[in-house]
Design a protein around this ligand. Structure first.
Ligand code: ADP
Ligand code: ADP
Ligand code: ZN
Length: 219
């Protein structure tokens, strides 16, 4: 097991699970949204460009995302495998990733496809809080921090993403169904897709994912 994609709608729990799985397996966690938000914090041109799309809940253009991710996976921590979170989101992104990995003699080993009903997704997105410093994710409805507004892990302040309003969230779900769901069939055809129920305790979902990854490396 080397390169894993977490596929699923916004709010499915990709970031939450990728963080744990990365810690437990040593795979590098590569999250396109996190990279854009870091670029914005650093005041780069890339960050500013991405923000204009993110604020509307639209996808950042393929060539911009692809360039950023292909550069990221050249870094040394990615050599022993990557867990992709939020990328690819279009067929063109998927094809570009496959080509780049193919050139390195590797490929996508598994796609974990997380499913969660839409009404739950909206609540998860609207209630999401993220730690400014360590990136831990909470939810005011489902998964509150012990001390309001503060991270359980490191004590830093929590913030709400500016694109996590109900209106933008609905837009992002529409974009997901229009542009990203074709990837389900794409990976199904390749035989690499495993569906994971994204509801239930975070630890239960992690367990199901690790089991799916394990069963693969046993083959
Ligand atoms: P994604 O990266 O897919 O957009 P996140 O991992 O950021 O999703 O999770 C979205 C929100 O849902 C966060 O507030 C997170 O705390 C919460 N969440 C994640 N997994 C679960 C779960 N299994 N049950 C309840 N809430 C969850
Ligand atoms: P979520 O999992 O809640 O959708 P992300 O952090 O993955 O949040 O993405 C936030 C925003 O960043 C997206 O709405 C989009 O504007 C941009 N983005 C992230 N990843 C991609 C991608 N692979 N392709 C295009 N846009 C992206
Ligand atoms: Zn923290």
């Amino acid at each position: 097991m080397k390169n894993v994609i977490l596929l699923g709608p916004p709010g499915a729990g990709k970031g939450t699970q990728a963080k744990v799985i990365s810690e437990q397996t040593g795979l590098a966690h590569v999250a396109s949204g996190d990279l854009f938000r870091a670029a914005l914090r650093n005041g780069t041109e890339l960050g500013m460009l991405a923000k204009s799309y993110m604020d509307r809940g639209a996808l950042v253009p393929d060539e911009v995302v692809i360039k950023m991710i292909l550069e990221r996976i050249q870094e040394p921590d990615c050599a022993s495998g990557v867990i992709f979170d939020g990328f690819p989101r279009t067929i063109d992104q998927a094809v570009a990733l496959e080509e780049a990995l193919g050139q390195q003699g590797s490929g996508i080993d598994t796609v974990l496809y997380m499913t969660v009903p839409q009404d739950v997704l909206l609540k998860r997105i609207a209630g999401r809080q993220t730690c400014k410093s360590c990136g831990a994710t909470y939810n005011i409805y489902y998964f509150p921090s012990k001390r309001e507004g503060l991270c359980d892990v490191c004590g830093s302040e929590l913030y709400q993403r500016s694109d996590d309003t109900m209106e933008t969230a609905q837009n992002r779900l529409d974009v997901y169904f229009a542009q990203t769901t074709p990837l389900v069939e794409h990976y199904q055809r390749q035989g690499s897709l495993i569906e994971i129920d994204g509801q239930g305790d975070v630890s239960k979902v992690t367990e199901a994912m690790l089991k799916a990854l394990q069963s693969l490396s046993d083959d």
